[in-house]
Design a protein around this ligand. Structure first.
Ligand code: NAP
Length: 251
């Protein structure tokens, strides 16, 4: 199916690479006007350049955003609204890891994860809700993780933030349902991106043993779920978490 998101203004955080890049490209292919964010000017230019090469019905722009900076968030939403209209599809994708066993975890490693992976979603969602409420339409899609459901040794900070996103999504879904604003989460399993390229061979083999489909996912597998949730096909879905993990965890 094509043109599911014709002229829909979309904002995807962390679109320089990995899942965010694939999601942004898929939204453009479906006719969206997509703003993808990077933390640097060079990254933003590369996004704009990459978007120009996509064959599809929509178009997009790269822009700079630090999701931990409230001013940066406010300024970006104002700029997008002036340029194209309020973003009515928000994909909260930007995320980092700071893995460590809790016994060794520094407070800074905990705080960085909470700020970048969880508080950022509060900031961006709140900033977009005004435009969504006015339009009586909105789609917020939060990229959680399978470890938010299962936990993972060495990732207490990351798993807590990703589980937090699911509770956040369900709560906001209840608050905004009557305004036709849906809030859902996607919980990817292990997907081939820079984040998982950091795993060594024995870690990869151990993970593979637990995936019935015996392979890591592709970023496009997550992008498909995001397009679905952003489109009218998911009009009656809110507060849900879609697990995309090759059968690794069946919840
Ligand atoms: P990635 O390749 O490491 O890319 C991370 C993205 O986040 C980059 O675009 C980066 O921008 C951006 N970012 C980092 N810090 C930021 C900040 N302070 N402000 C704004 N943007 C920031 O990650 P990925 O593997 O695609 O993962 C994307 C999301 O999916 C994350 O939330 C991750 O937790 C989640 N996830 C991934 C997997 C997986 O297997 N890959 C599994 C489950 C969940 P710059 O390039 O400019 O730094």
């Amino acid at each position: 199916m094509k043109n599911l998101l014709k002229d829909q203004v979309c904002l995807v955080t962390g679109a320089t690479r990995g899942l965010g890049q694939a999601i942004a490209c898929a939204l453009i292919e479906q006719g969206g006007i997509v703003y993808g964010t990077a933390t640097s000017d060079n990254g933003a230019s590369a996004i704009t350049h990459g978007f120009k090469r996509i064959e599809g019905y929509g178009h997009g722009y790269g822009c700079v955003l630090d999701v931990t900076d409230a001013h940066s968030v406010g300024n970006l939403i104002t700029k997008i609204t002036e340029q194209s209209g309020a973003p009515l599809v928000l994909v909260n994708n930007a995320g980092i890891t700071r893995d460590n066993l809790l016994l060794r975890m520094k407070e800074s490693e905990w705080d960085e994860i909470m700020d970048t992976n969880l508080k950022s979603v509060y900031r961006l969602s709140k900033a977009c809700l005004r435009g969504m409420t006015k339009a009586r339409f909105g789609r917020i899609i939060n990229i959680s993780s399978v470890v938010g459901a299962t936990g993972n040794a060495g990732q207490a900070n990351y798993a807590a933030a990703k589980a937090g996103l699911i509770g956040f999504s369900k709560s906001l879904a209840q608050e905004m349902a009557s305004r036709n604003i849906t809030v859902n989460a996607i919980a990817p399993g292990f997907i081939e991106t820079d984040m998982t390229h950091a795993l060594n061979e024995s870690q990869r083999q151990a993970i593979m043993k637990n995936i019935p489909m015996a392979k890591l996912g592709a970023p496009e597998d997550i992008a498909s779920a995001a397009v679905f949730l952003a489109s009218s096909m998911a009009n009656y879905i809110t507060g849900a978490t879609i697990h995309v993990n090759g059968g690794m965890v069946m919840v």
